[in-house]
Design a protein around this ligand. Structure first.
Ligand code: CO
Length: 142
């Protein structure tokens, strides 16, 4: 079921300041424009690394689920891991059959990358919020 690590989600109170850290101090060369994902109450900015991406996320809107995370971690912090799966609906069905706890009843939503995603609750994933994303059906970027 599990495929590539697509990205590591990092919550931050300021995408602008965090992106500057990765760009100006750590030398990240490719930082994508920030996108708003109203459905998930976040703004997101992807940073390309040689083998994966970082997803900087900051709260968007009054009901953002990130607000409570940042109240516990005011400097920000690692928020989730995202793994690709070839068939998201099949993965959801198998995980539900095995009793895993999926957020939103496991109904896929469109994530910041534009592909369907679901989240697994930390309580059934070794304490870590885990995103599963349908493997992008496009050629790999050079
Ligand atoms: Co993500």
């Amino acid at each position: 079921m599990i495929g590539r690590l697509n990205h590591v989600g990092i919550a931050t109170p300021s995408i602008e300041r965090s992106a500057a850290l990765y760009r100006d101090v750590l030398g990240a060369c490719r930082i994508h424009p920030t996108v708003i994902v109203p459905d998930q109450g976040v703004a997101a900015c992807f940073i390309d690394l040689p083998n994966t991406q970082l997803e900087l996320i900051e709260p968007y809107g009054p009901d953002s689920p990130l607000t409570s995370f940042l109240s516990r971690h005011p400097l920000g912090g690692q928020h989730h891991l995202c793994f690709e799966v070839a068939d998201l609906r099949a993965a959801v069905a198998e995980l539900q059959r095995r009793g895993f706890d999926l957020l939103g009843q496991g109904v896929p939503r469109i994530g910041a990358h534009g592909w369907p995603i679901v989240f697994l609750h930390p309580r059934t994933m070794n304490g870590g919020l885990t995103e599963l994303m349908e493997q992008p059906k496009r050629p790999a970027e050079p």
